[in-house]
Design a binder for this molecule. Structure first.
Ligand code: SAM
Length: 331
């Protein structure tokens, strides 16, 4: 079968699947304040449909699948999904807020998921409650300890927001100082209903300045990035752990994009920022081929940021209102 090549000669071998739009947190930068309407279960891909559609992508060269959401672990059939996907010839990965991860340790091990991308925006319980609107920090702390004891590697995802958690850059770097873990600072991105404003985002330059001020510029090592890596990777010389900066807005990395996304209701998105969606689930359920639809989605993929190539266009929140909110896309 044809590989997943777009018009800009980018091969797509990385599929991100959102398992659900539901989440046990309410992060204000992610979920619109009026919530997202939940779809009836029949509109969502079943575990078997996720497996079958994923298998199609694998036959076309996908070799990495990341499960995300919403919060992927809140799906009742989460263990069944990872068990079936682990039989495919792929690297299977997970992005989670970690709150219910303690229920899935054995299955994660069985599925060979030994690195967990975990979202945590603050190390302060009160602030955690303010950001997520839920008082779950203690549970999260326990689960981080459990993952460490169980031998998992953690990549922490931290969305930095000015005046909220931008004073925690150093505490997060210190958290991974003696562990072979990573903290990744993610630039706040605009989506429908999240009140994005450039002045609330923290840029790569601002992060490096803060780190340089604390540790001294000379001991920040720039590490080699993996091919197709969205992050710029760094390390403080004597630290075991590393840090990375994902600055989608101020330093986009579209040239090497190898990603496509499947929403929980089976719509293919060729870019996080594109409002175009391509329904795979309806034809799949009718027994029709999804191959051509995937080809069209790839053919229509813009070179950069869903067609919002001019930074001024990208910065205008109106240009994101036809896109889903992050919680409904799957970050
Ligand atoms: N519930 C899981 C979690 O918390 O990791 C997976 C879904 S969540 C949408 C995936 C990632 O997207 C999280 O790291 C979250 O912080 C990030 N995210 C959500 N909204 C964002 C935004 N507006 N800008 C940047 N990152 C965002």
């Amino acid at each position: 079968m044809k590989t997943l090549l777009d018009q800009h000669k980018r091969i797509h071998n990385y599929l991100r699947i959102s398992l659900t739009e539901k989440c046990n947190l309410r992060c204000t930068y992610c979920m619109p304040s009026n919530g997202v309407p939940h779809m009836p279960a029949s509109h969502l891909m079943s575990a078997e449909e996720i497996f079958q559609i994923s298998s199609h992508f694998v036959s076309r060269g996908v070799d990495k699948i990341r499960l995300t959401g919403g919060e992927p672990t809140v799906r009742k059939d989460f263990d069944q999904i990872i068990e079936s996907l682990s039989s495919l010839k792929i690297k299977l990965a997970l992005t989670t807020n970690g709150l219910t991860i303690h229920r899935h340790i054995d299955n994660l091990k069985m599925a060979n998921i030994n690195v967990i991308n975990m979202s945590i925006d603050t190390l302060d319980r009160d602030k955690f409650k303010k950001i997520t609107l839920r008082d779950r920090f203690i549970q999260l702390q326990k689960n981080i300890e459990l993952l460490e004891v169980e031998g998992f590697k953690i990549n922490f995802n931290v969305v930095l927001l000015k005046g909220i958690n931008d004073n925690e850059i150093i505490p997060f770097i210190e958290l991974v100082k003696n562990r072979n873990w990573q903290v990744r600072f993610i630039e706040f991105m605009p989506f429908d209903g999240n009140n994005w404003d450039r002045s609330r985002a923290v840029t790569l330059e601002e992060i490096l300045k803060e780190v340089g001020k604390y540790y001294g510029k000379g001991i920040i090592e720039r590490l080699n990035d993996e091919p197709n890596d969205t992050a710029k990777n760094y390390k403080i010389s004597e630290h075991k752990g590393s840090f990375a900066i994902i600055s989608t807005v101020s330093n986009p990395f579209c040239d090497s994009c190898n990603r496509i996304r499947l929403t929980a209701d089976g719509k293919l998105k060729n870019c996080l920022f594109s409002s175009s969606e391509y329904d795979l689930l309806t034809p799949f359920r009718s027994g029709d081929s999804i191959e051509n639809i995937i080809d069209i989605a790839l053919k229509n993929k813009y070179l950069s940021r869903g067609g919002l190539e001019d930074p001024n266009q990208f910065n205008n929140p109106d240009n994101h209102k036809d896109n889903r909110s992050m919680i409904a896309i799957g970050g």
